[in-house]
Design a protein around this ligand. Structure first.
Ligand code: HEM
Length: 227
């Protein structure tokens, strides 16, 4: 039991993180022109708009929520008057909202990939693996949040310190021993996705076009043709 737990929550996380870091460097150097979203908007626009918008807003706020909620130790929240109960209630309701938005958007994107002929024809196995892994991660995560409405499990003293330990190179896999299977499956899915990330279209998230907001206007004018 302990050996399996050590493999899953000590060895596997570092394997996934190393694969991700080395993989990103390799991909950046070896495939600079493939480092993009592989947008399919030109092939089909109508079915994309709503799904891609709610998926992105949902997943971006979900990631921000994970960062703020899990990486900042509870003692800092206590210091500003937010106790663990308030923290958990806020995380559960906001997580349910953004998780459900991401899940609905993802379902619409998968539906579009399968049902629109032109999109299916340009979808690779890599795209299916990416969307499949994302689906597993978002679905298990959202299910966990909703299950938290009925049955409480304390993440703040188990999963959160385990994650911080991994990131600060002071790992303690025993913190994961009592964690319910449904959380473990979500975490293992996330780690698999992190390892696969550099080999997929997901690399686009590191290239947010922020300069877009600061660049000069591009003025388009109709060309007047005089005869
Ligand atoms: C802040 C950053 C992000 C930006 C600016 C961004 C931008 C984009 C754009 C422009 C597309 C192409 C849409 C199209 O025309 O087909 C796209 C697709 C996609 N993005 Fe993002 N994205 C961001 C973050 C993320 C995150 C955090 C994830 C998931 C963890 C994600 C997952 C995806 C997926 C799976 C697709 C493909 C959907 C499909 O075609 O079926 N993106 N993104």
């Amino acid at each position: 039991m302990h050996t399996l737990n050590t493999l899953a929550f000590l060895v596997f996380p570092y394997l996934a993180l190393t694969t991700s870091v080395v993989g990103h460097l390799y991909r950046y150097i070896s495939d600079p022109y493939g480092w993009n979203t592989r947008s399919s908007e030109l092939l089909e626009k109508k079915g994309l708009k709503f799904g891609i918008t709610i998926f992105h807003w949902g997943i971006i706020f979900t990631l921000l929520g994970h960062g703020v909620g899990l990486l900042i130790p509870q003692r800092y929240w206590d210091a500003v008057g937010i106790d663990s109960q308030t923290h958990t209630v806020f995380a559960t309701y906001s997580g349910a909202l953004v998780g459900a938005a991401a899940l609905l958007g993802l379902c619409l994107l998968i539906y579009r990939r399968i049902t629109k002929e032109r999109i299916l024809a340009t979808t690779s196995l890599n795209d299916f693996v990416t969307l499949g892994l994302l689906f597993f991660v978002v679905a298990t995560g959202t299910a966990n949040v909703f299950s938290g409405l009925y049955e409480h499990f304390d993440i703040l003293t188990t999963v959160a310190p385990w994650l911080r330990g991994i990131l600060t190179l002071t790992p303690d896999p025993t913190l994961m021993l009592q964690v319910p299977l449904r959380f473990k499956l979500h975490i293992l899915g996330v780690l698999t996705l992190i390892g696969f990330w550099p080999f997929s279209r997901l690399v686009h998230i590191w290239s947010v076009p922020l300069t877009y907001f600061f660049r000069r206007w591009i003025v388009f004018r109709r060309r007047e043709i005089s005869f």
